[in-house]
Design a protein around this ligand. Sequence first.
Ligand SMILES: NC(=O)c1ccc[n+]([C@@H]2O[C@H](COP(=O)([O-])OP(=O)(O)OC[C@H]3O[C@@H](n4cnc5c(N)ncnc54)[C@H](OP(=O)(O)O)[C@@H]3O)[C@@H](O)[C@H]2O)c1
Length: 266
Amino acid sequence: MRITGEGIWGPPDDPDEAKRLLRRVVELGMDLIDTADSYGPEVSENLIAEALHPYPDALVVATKGGLRRTGPGAWPRDARPERLKECCEGSLRRLRLDRIDLYQLHAPDPKVPFEDSVGALKELQDEGKIRHIGISNVSVEQLDQAREVADVVSVQNRYNLTDRDSEQVLEACERRGIAFVPWFPLATGRLAEPGGVLDELARAHDATPAQIALAWLLARSRVMLPIPGTSSVEHLEENLAATRIELSPSEVEEIAGASAGVTDRR
Ligand SMILES: NC(=O)c1ccc[n+]([C@@H]2O[C@H](COP(=O)([O-])OP(=O)(O)OC[C@H]3O[C@@H](n4cnc5c(N)ncnc54)[C@H](OP(=O)(O)O)[C@@H]3O)[C@@H](O)[C@H]2O)c1
């Protein structure tokens, strides 16, 4: 999402740098890239294909459908079955794939019965166009509703240290053995400020507050799969290095306790 223009609209300022970043993802051995047809729109998927196709065997390019773009920062929902099928065909074409490894419903559309939207993904799966189905921006009830229609392997919801509204969805994913993909994982808000708990811990681990925020997510749950967004090779490398930080159980608790009640959704 961060390899597009301002407002996630149009091309990035430096498309060659965006492709260098994508190639670095693969060089570093990362095996999951999250994108969507709506990022740009189409820009992110096109850049991924230009930089990385033919893809290494181990790489999963996860994409999403179900939102329209009407301008910078505008994301109206449209998850009608016929529209989702159109979205999926477009993603297959842009990503130059016969089958998408993980296709996610970007968000439930209040104008469309949720099971109809998920049912469209199930039909695409039956046709061999999707390998696995994921859903995004859902409640526990919607997760269970979706599971009655299809096998769901992942849920992508907003979640970070300072925004844990999806705690119950995370717990439901843990119980059901489903990956939980927190978007906006780095919105560390006030905790990243000098003197805050992340700042102190970061110094103790010779790390940055962003790295501690990611390490906390990874320590928080075995089903957690953070997808930090970045336009910078330096930040990419820094974020990957966060996987090597081991927080003790007391540090995990300290961070969680210190951030309780702090809300930051910038
Ligand atoms: N399903 C959904 O509805 C939904 C919604 C939003 C996002 N997403 C997905 O989730 C991904 C992550 O969300 P996000 O990009 O909105 O938020 P995020 O990952 O919490 O934050 C991204 C921002 O943090 C900065 N950043 C990244 N690494 C950093 C580091 N090490 N130190 C300091 N700053 C750093 C980036 O700037 P630089 O570019 O300068 O690094 C970028 O502006 C998106 O890319 C997208 O794939 C999904």
